[in-house]
Write a protein that binds this ligand. Structure first.
Ligand SMILES: C[S@@+](CC[C@H](N)C(=O)[O-])C[C@H]1O[C@@H](n2cnc3c(N)ncnc32)[C@H](O)[C@@H]1O
Length: 267
């Protein structure tokens, strides 16, 4: 077995066991998601109106895909890929349940961000929310995004920001677990012990999962984002979060202390 397939297997196993978002009917998934990320629907509407072919890298359970497909012009094309086949199955079921509200029928497939199964220049836009910092080789994934975009096409990518409080705490806790793993020759020991105490992931919030469970988690300074997207002709950055739901004092707007970069990069 190559090291590549080991990396991908741990990624798939983790996200199959812990799909992003709640296990619930679509309406509840959607309301919880946008209560946590109130800035996101506005961006999705803008992307949907601007483009007639969109690839989503890491579509998860497909909530954003349904918002995009409900607002794209009919005759447009949307494709969502994710490395977790369970997430792809939920995305397909969600899309089926919402088919009457969509202008565009979404297509989904299992796929790897680091090796996109699409030809060069095949999309006007690529959207990816909270995914590329979880791949084993983010620079390879970004080069794939660039490859599949048309000249003048746009990438909309959400990445973890450095410095930021939430990700900083998560990184610290991951270091602590890494030290325990080193001493006891284990693999993500805190995650596995706590995970074995419950058979259902609803008891495990994103923070816990990302602290201890997710195989890869990167964060980026402004300069690092610029280097990562250096193959693009233009890169614009905004900051969103913090993730406080209704308590967010910044409401829907951009903030200076969020833990997400919103990267808009033009090929
Ligand atoms: C934090 S979730 C975000 C999902 C979705 N974009 C959302 O915002 O709900 C990260 C997603 O990235 C997917 N993922 C991780 N590594 C991947 C890879 N190499 N290729 C494709 N998808 C990947 C996971 O399966 C998971 O669904």
């Amino acid at each position: 077995m190559t090291s590549d397939s080991t990396e991908l297997q741990s990624t798939r196993a983790f996200w199959n066991a812990n799909p992003c978002g709640v296990h619930a009917a679509f309406a509840l998934q959607k309301s919880q998601r946008y209560a946590m990320e109130p800035w996101l629907p506005e961006q999705l509407l803008r992307i949907a109106k601007l483009h007639t072919s969109i690839l989503e890298v890491g579509c998860g359970q497909g909530v954003d895909s349904i918002v995009l497909c409900s607002n794209m012009k009919s005759g447009s094309r949307y494709f969502g890929i994710d490395y977790s086949e369970q997430s792809v199955e939920v995305a397909k079921a969600n899309a089926k349940s919402q088919s009457s509200s969509m202008n565009v029928t979404p297509m989904y497939a299992t796929g790897n961000a680091e090796s996109l199964d699409f030809g060069d220049a095949s999309f006007q836009a690529v959207y990816s929310m909270g995914v590329l910092h979880h791949t084993a080789r983010p620079p390879v994934a970004v080069s794939e995004v660039l490859r599949v975009l048309e000249v003048g096409g746009k990438a909309y990518v959400v990445l973890y920001r450095r410095p930021s409080l939430k990700v900083g705490v998560a990184k610290l806790l991951r270091c602590f677990q890494g030290a325990l793993d080193y001493i006891f020759r284990t693999d993500r020991c805190i995650y596995h012990v706590l995970r074995s105490k419950s058979s259902h992931s609803k008891y495990f919030g994103t923070m816990f999962l990302e602290c201890f469970g997710v195989p890869y988690m990167e964060w980026y300074s402004r300069d690092e984002v610029s280097r990562l997207f250096s193959g693009f002709s233009k890169v614009e950055l905004k900051t969103y979060g913090p993730n406080l739901g209704r308590l967010n004092p910044f409401g829907k707007s951009e903030t200076k202390c969020g833990y997400f970069w919103w990267v808009e990069a033009t090929k």
